[in-house]
Write a protein that binds this ligand. Sequence first.
Ligand SMILES: Cc1ncc(COP(=O)(O)O)c(C=O)c1O
Length: 354
Amino acid sequence: MHNFSAGPAILPAEVIQTTSEAIANYNGKGLSLMEMSHRGPDIVGIMEKAVSLVKELLNLPAGYEVLFLTGGASTQFFMTAMNLLDANKKFALLDTGAWSAKAYKEICKFGPCDMVASSKDKNYSYIPKGYDIPSDATHLHITNNNTIYGTQIHSYPDTNIPFIGDMSSEIFSRPVDATKYDLIYAGAQKNMGPAGTTLVIVKEEILGKIERDIPTMLDYRTHIKKDSSFNTPPVLPIYVSMLTLDWVKKMGGVAAMQKRNKEKADLLYGEIDRNSLFKGTTAVEDRSHMNVTFVPQDDAHTAAFLELTKSKGCSGLKGHRSVGGFRASIYNAMDISSVQVLVDCMKEFENQNA
Ligand SMILES: Cc1ncc(COP(=O)(O)O)c(C=O)c1O
């Protein structure tokens, strides 16, 4: 199948093959990876390799810690604020979609947060620009890629305030200037692995600067001290993430991913713009290279087009209910040949219906 699902999402075929072997019998040891102690050398080695691949692929400077936590990106909405924000500080937040709005709601429970701009007025179809950020804000929370609406931040707001970035649906899809961020988080289940672990990259020196008594499990310092193994870590999702990161490295790293993703995005947006039966839903300059959203010119065509794509082996193309139409998620692991299958479907549909 050509898996266009927004998440849980496509993983490289070789990663799935190696994982299935490790589940049956890890490295010929007669044990499943899922049965092995997280304190033993095999699993410790996997965790260390995953951390070092993140540092290498994202070119992280010294001082940034890499954690594999649980609770999904949704836990980071509040964990960031719980660790960094109190009544004497302030976050700013850019509202670019449902996930930003959810983060805003959670952040506000821990301290002041100014929503500096929002694109809700046009159903989040663009990235706001030219807004002011309060000078007393310590951090700006951004959602780098908006999975539901198909927009992506392509140029950073002009500010010296460090970012907290939700990179759930774009992590490792392009190079990152980590020095602009104090904290990056991403649920694994789009570009990295299966659901069950969340990558957190945090600049250690920003921690411990607030009054709050943070519950042990929700304090980043706990997990830094214990190399993400304070409690039993989700070994299988971390193992799969490690394999995927190794695959990214073999493919040429995040710069090569960026090129590969742009080629796929250009192919698909090119057809959306050319084809008389479809139209894109977002501002052209803010189009996502990960989640491509488009709708039929005629609503009555939705079901028939999905049926055609299904018959050609495509899955996961139905748009999110808040946008409608179609959403093609073209994450790192997707080959351009799968995007070509979708483009061919669009051409065939036009030939049949225009
Ligand atoms: C951008 C973004 N942030 C946060 C989330 C929530 O992630 P999780 O389900 O891991 O809590 C998602 C899920 O799709 C997402 O796309």
